[in-house]
Write a new protein. Structure first.
Length: 133
């Protein structure tokens, strides 16, 4: 296929922050065999404010925000065998890099999924299940 739509919701219990996001990826070739893609999406971040500390000063950040993002990457998303994705994402002037992989559970539309993203300062690791349709 040439299009991939994704939705997710994550909760960071330690920070009391929730992130709901959705996006569309457009493949330059076909996701079935692997291709470069371009993506656009939106992320809604909800939760309490937090203090971010740097070496020189503290910044109070309001964690409730909705932002658009753009990404470019390479992915194989066929639904058969191991699927994977590597991407660069920019949101609010910040850049991050991420990778994920998904393996279907035989005989069903469900699969397990692992992911990792970092902006160079902090890392996010995710694990869960996904449904293809």
């Amino acid at each position: 296929g040439k299009y991939a739509i994704g939705f997710s919701h994550s909760e960071a219990t330690k920070s009391d922050i929730g992130v709901t996001s959705g996006g569309l990826r457009f493949a330059l070739e076909s996701f079935d065999s692997g291709t470069v893609f371009l993506g656009l999406g939106i992320a809604d971040i909800s939760g309490s404010s937090a203090t971010v500390s740097t070496n020189l000063y503290d910044i109070e950040v309001d964690s409730s925000d909705t932002s658009g993002y753009a990404e470019i990457g390479y992915a194989k998303l066929s639904g058969e065998g191991l699927d994977y994705s590597f991407s660069l994402v920019t949101m609010d002037g910040e850049m991050s890099v991420g990778a994920s992989m998904r393996q279907p559970i035989e005989g069903s539309d469900w699969g397990w999924q692992l992911g990792m993203a970092t902006d160079g300062d902090e890392a996010l690791v995710s694990a869960g299940v996904s449904l293809t349709f």
